[in-house]
Design a protein around this ligand. Structure first.
Ligand code: UD1
Ligand code: UDP
Length: 362
């Protein structure tokens, strides 16, 4: 039987692995070895997802933790290479655009082990943002590239990557549809004293928004103005990076007008999403999940890889230095017709698994 190592390390990768692991198991597709880099490690950034989504316990935990980009990437590269040498897989599987992704792909490529990249072909300006570097490098080292949409495959074509490219649709949509009956809306409304349709869901963690004091102040001012004018309540499960910066920059006074809670599990976040009026986020995942849930999102970014939702008018980009425009943006796009099927039909895992099997059995 073929052996495939799947490498995860950060929250967005755990949720995608939940779908792949269970579908691989159902199809008895290959011997699936799960490795966790440890990029995210707090219980509510890691273990919680494994428990809630019944993701198998990783066979290896690299425990790399937090550090600078170079050190974090190097630590995964170093430790993951040892696993590859020991396990000798036929292929490795990486997700998205984190430091774990690029390090895993590089370790495998140097050992001539083929790489499959899920969520390939996403491109976003500026070119020097850490995730963009990770995506471009990973795509160029991959043998199989699974795209969420036609646009991603076009992006790859522009970089002369045409071989091994498949439009699978978005694995996050598979997960969303599968778990929808279990979303914890009622529990979250009750626990946080929220009224359905009368609150905004916020998440924020991008380095360009939260590590830069000027941008962070601009966003917090924008959110304050937004809540004062709309009288909507706000629930904000806060990433530890954002919490750390707010404390470091002495901005805790801004926390009083919002309901700040620690990061929550997937079913809890999707419950909050189902009950909210609208979303304000810089999360790649949540801007799509908002779309899946038919909620509109103001995306606090100068650009996004999820262009289809912006071009349809459903979500809107609001860069940090224009955060005072949050309210007009949200009011303006209320009349947009819901754009259907931007990211496939919720059967991405099937396409991914079939194509990996056919590649390995050639
Ligand atoms: C990383 C990814 C980003 C992704 C995000 C998902 C890179 C370059 N960035 O960003 O693309 O959108 O994950 O959430 O890979 N921290 C904790 N506990 C944890 C994890 C992090 O306290 O369990 C704190 C640490 O202070 C750490 C900071 O958060 O320095 C940032 O964590 P890191 O994984 O480096 O980047 P993210 O912002 O999470
Ligand atoms: N998420 C969650 N709880 C939270 C925040 C996020 O369950 O408190 C989930 C959600 O499904 C989201 C995914 O984790 O799409 C990844 O989120 P994050 O914003 O950290 O990363 P990104 O998608 O921007 O890389």
């Amino acid at each position: 039987m073929n052996k495939v190592i799947s490498l995860v390390g950060a929250r967005p990768q755990f949720i995608k692995e939940a779908v792949i692991a269970s579908e691989v198991y159902k199809a008895n597709a290959w011997n699936h070895v799960l490795v966790h880099s440890g990029q995210h490690y707090d219980a509510n950034m890691s273990d919680l997802f494994f428990q809630e989504l019944q993701i198998p316990t990783p066979r290896y935990f690299l425990g790399i933790g937090s550090s600078s980009h170079g050190k974090q990437t190097a630590a995964v590269l170093d430790k993951f290479e040892d696993i590859l040498l020991k396990e000798r897989p036929d292929m490795i599987l990486v997700y998205g655009d984190t430091n774990t992704t690029v390090a895993g792909a590089l370790a495998a490529a140097k050992l001539k082990i083929p790489v499959a990249h899920i969520e390939a072909g996403i491109r976003q300006k500026p070119k020097d943002m850490p995730e963009e570097i990770n995506r471009v490098v990973t795509d160029h080292m991959s043998s199989l590239l699974f795209c969420c949409s036609e646009l991603s495959s076009q992006n790859l074509k522009q970089e002369n990557i045409t071989k091994g490219v498949f439009i699978s649709g978005d694995i996050m949509y598979d997960l969303f549809l599968r778990m929808k009956p279990h979303f914890l809306k009622e529990k979250m409304l009750h626990d946080f004293n929220l009224q359905e349709g009368k609150y905004t869901l916020i998440t924020l963690h991008r380095d360009f928004n939260v590590d830069n004091k000027e941008n962070l102040v601009s966003i917090l001012e924008g959110l304050k103005g937004f809540t004062e004018e709309t009288k909507l309540s706000v629930i904000f499960p806060m990433h530890p990076r954002t919490r750390n910066r707010i404390e470091e920059f002495n901005l805790t006074k801004y926390l009083t007008f919002m309901n700040i809670i620690p990061p929550v599990g997937y079913l809890e976040l999707m419950g909050l999403l189902e009950g909210c009026t609208n979303v304000i986020t810089d999360s790649g995942g949540l801007q799509k999940e908002a779309y899946f849930a038919e909620k509109q999102a103001a995306v606090i970014m100068p650009d996004t890889g999820w262009r289809e939702i912006i071009e349809s008018g459903w979500n809107q980009l609001v860069p940090a230095n224009k955060a005072e425009e949050l309210l007009p943006c949200i009011l303006e796009n209320k009349s947009i017709i819901y754009p259907e099927n931007l990211y496939g039909d919720g059967k991405a895992a099937k396409v991914i698994i079939e194509n990996i099997m056919s590649y390995l059995n050639k």
